[in-house]
Ligand binder design. Structure first.
Ligand code: SAM
Length: 248
């Protein structure tokens, strides 16, 4: 039942996490592709806001993977509607146990999703799917400055227990034998425009709908709390894109 209210709160959003396709394209541009077609996988694609845009800017194909079939159905429908269904294929799968061919992809892409298995696990486990010297591009939340207030630390360590600062992420990338090609900070607008703003409208609507259902209201308020925390403390953290190339 609690899963249902989560999906209802996150229903009908343009995307399921912070992001900005201008930044996605900047990240894409930092990968030196020859003119040949490339194979990309988008892990934790959600309804594919970024997948659709990336598909318009590459030659080749994108396999979009998520573990929630309704998101994939929506992406498939959108891809068909805009004539990108020959470029984007969808696959239901768990990012911890991906059923993908080995050494097959030029790029594994993942926006706002690798935290689910942990960045280190992602870097270690996903390498086998990319070609030698292939690329992984991911965005994840990180601390931007020291000494965040306790209220903020309590919130984020509950959401993302291993949340790191930028220097720790750079070290992790190096320790795992990747070269950091580029990092790009997501601006505050990328949290709000396509994510927190429409999410706050869902929250407002569902507060009215579930006025007399305290269990659901508690979940709804916890999402509003996340939005409030962002507006209060957004200078302490954000999402960053990391474009990394395997050294193997
Ligand atoms: C924060 S959303 C990000 C979605 C999208 N990349 C974006 O930036 O809008 C995380 C996505 O990961 C998916 N997900 C959660 N657990 C997963 C798992 N174990 N394997 C694959 N996908 C998963 C969710 O269904 C959701 O679509």
């Amino acid at each position: 039942m609690m899963d249902e209210i989560f999906y209802e709160i996150f229903n009908n959003l343009p995307r399921q996490g912070p992001g900005d396709v201008c930044v996605s394209l900047e990240a894409l541009k930092s990968i030196p592709f020859p003119n040949s077609e490339i194979r990309m996988a988008d892990i934790g694609c959600g309804t594919g806001f970024q997948t659709l845009y990336l598909a318009q800017h590459i030659k080749g194909s994108i396999l979009a993977v998520d573990n929630y079939q309704p998101y994939l159905d929506e992406l498939k429908q959108k891809a068909e509607a805009v004539g990108l269904d020959s470029v984007i294929k969808v696959q239901l799968g768990d990012m911890n146990a991906l059923e993908l061919p080995a050494a097959y992809f030029d790029v594994l892409w993942s926006e706002g999703a690798v935290y689910i298995m942990g960045m280190e696990n992602g870097l270690k486990n996903w390498r086998k799917f990319i070609k030698p010297q292939g690329y992984i591009v991911f965005s994840d939340v990180c601390w931007l400055k020291p000494n965040p207030p306790k209220e903020l630390v309590d919130f984020w360590y509950n959401e993302v227990p291993g949340m790191m600062d930028v220097r720790q992420i750079q070290e992790l990338i190096k320790e795992n034998d990747y070269t950091l090609i580029r990092e790009i900070l997501l601006p505050a607008s990328s949290w709000v425009n396509n994510y927190y703003y429409p999410l706050s409208m869902n929250v407002a609507r569902l507060r009215i709908k579930y006025l007399h259902e305290p269990d659901k209201l508690e979940v709804i308020e916890s999402i509003q709390y996340e939005i409030d925390i962002f507006h209060k403390y957004s200078d302490y953290y954000s999402y960053k894109f990391f474009v990394v190339q395997s050294n193997r």
